[in-house]
Design a protein around this ligand. Structure first.
Ligand code: AMP
Ligand code: GLY
Length: 433
């Protein structure tokens, strides 16, 4: 089979590695892929958002199956376009991807179908939003741009001044463009955060092993938010009891709600949850695998990924037993100096084995997923804010964490930084029990 994967980050690398395990797979085209992905797939310099070119390429190269991994081509209708020309494609249609691409849509869905989430109001004028926050006088308060904003559209304002600044940046300066036409002002919730990815064909929903992201750039959850500096799976805060409750109160109601709205969701649905004192609540939905959640969840998946994805597209997910191996995984992200702000690129990367997919010191259970790299002949260079996701699988979380960090020690590029405490909170909780 010939597969095509849209996207070019660490998540796509993890997806491609997993898809390769199926012996039916002959070729994987990555559009555009990246330096590390080029060792596992044939990279094509085509922007995943250029849907005309994507569709032409898929037809010309007789692609048998496509996976659309990132949020923006999904929101733009990449899956709709591929299905129209008869190419089976994993991922939601644009109509279903609205669950991520419009926070207003997601919040209204949850309100209408009584899915637990933070209280909120929607505004299309900065003055009205500010007047509301002034009158409510409750801080912190959460300000969210309606549309996609590279994970930067959420601001937790500690006081009125911060809230007013956030609203002006989004609605007046329009730093996220049209994504800031409307905003959601939301109640601030507290509690441990859990990510649950789920395969769904709109009839059946199969949750994957839970995970925990580490969104802030520095140790101890300090500094600005990033796309994610590391992940672990499973998430020990997510007990079996909570999982049952989420299935009943959140997961199934969500796919039922999407069906009722005439927007059946097929693909990977991402539930960003907060375990509050009054129960689990939805912080956000994403219409895709998380990045870097995919980098810890997929290595634990025992079932063949392509088999699952085909079943999702053909709406026969209930026929496929999906299993995960016991044990745990840890992914630590190595980022460029300055990330999530401005950063330099084109710096040489050292310490990876030939093939660039393992750390020299630590082959075996460690995989290096490339997020932002560029290959020139056999040399690898940085090409993004998040550069590498060093991932280890172990029988215990402690083992996975230790192995990922040992591998990280051997890798180097100028200005490279990474958090030293990925998994720490989870390990503390596990040791308390
Ligand atoms: P998002 O970009 O939607 O994932 O949000 C980024 C982060 O902001 C989340 O992972 C949470 O830590 C935090 N956040 C979002 N909404 C809320 C909320 N209502 N209460 C508390 N924290 C929130
Ligand atoms: N890691 C968070 C996300 O993929 O949105």
């Amino acid at each position: 089979m010939k597969l095509m994967v849209l996207g070019g980050g660490g998540r796509e690398h993890a997806i491609i590695k997993k898809l390769r395990e199926n012996p039916k797979v002959e070729t994987i085209f990555a559009l555009p892929g990246n330096g590390g992905i080029s060792y596992d797939a044939q990279c094509e310099n085509i922007n995943a958002l250029d849907l005309d070119r994507v569709v032409d390429f898929a037809l010309a190269n007789k692609v048998d199956f496509a996976v659309v991994a990132p949020d923006d081509p999904l929101a733009k209708g990449a899956v709709n376009r591929l299905l129209e020309v008869g190419i089976p494609a994993f991922g939601p249609t644009a109509e279903a991807a609205a669950i991520e691409s419009s926070k207003v849509f997601a919040k209204e869905l949850m309100r209408k179908y009584k899915i637990p989430t933070a209280e909120y109001r929607v505004f299309d004028s900065a003055a009205d939003a500010i007047a509301y926050i002034e009158a409510a006088d409750r801080f912190p308060v959460v300000v969210k741009a309606d549309g996609l904003a590279l994970g930067k559209g959420v601001i937790i304002a500690e006081n009125l001044e911060d809230a007013v600044n956030a609203i002006h940046r989004i609605m007046t300066e329009r730093v996220f463009g049209d994504s800031g036409n409307r905003i959601v002002i939301e109640e601030f919730l507290t509690g441990p955060e859990v990510t649950v990815l789920a395969f769904t064909d709109s009839k059946t929903l199969v949750p994957m092993v839970s995970s925990m992201d580490h969104k802030r750039v520095f140790d101890g959850d300090s500094g600005p938010n990033t796309g994610g500096m590391g992940t672990i799976a499973p998430n020990p805060f997510y007990t079996d009891e909570i999982a049952l409750r989420c299935m009943k109160e959140i997961f199934l109601p969500t796919i039922n709600a999407m069906n009722a709205e005439g927007r059946p969701f097929k693909g990977c649905l991402y539930f960003g949850l907060m375990l509050t004192e009054s129960g689990p609540k939805v912080i956000e939905y994403n219409s895709r695998f998380g990045d870097p959640e995919a980098q810890v969840v997929l290595p634990l998946l025992e079932t063949d990924l392509l088999t699952i994805m085909e079943a999702v597209v053909e709406e026969r997910l209930s026929d496929i037993p999906v299993t995960f191996r016991k044990g745990a995984a840890c992914c630590v992200v190595a980022a460029s100096k300055g990330y999530p702000g401005k950063y330099e690129t084109n710096l040489p990367i050292s310490g990876l084995t030939e093939g660039q997919l393992e750390a020299k010191g630590q082959p075996g259970p460690v995989s290096v997923f490339h997020a932002g790299t560029k290959r020139i002949d056999e040399g690898l260079f940085t090409a993004g804010g998040r550069v590498l996701g060093v991932t280890a699988v172990g029988d215990t979380l402690q083992q996975a964490v230790d192995q990922a960090y040992a591998a990280m020690e051997t890798i180097h590029f100028d200005g490279m930084h990474y958090r030293r405490d990925i998994g720490k909170k989870a390990l503390l909780l596990t040791s308390e029990h």
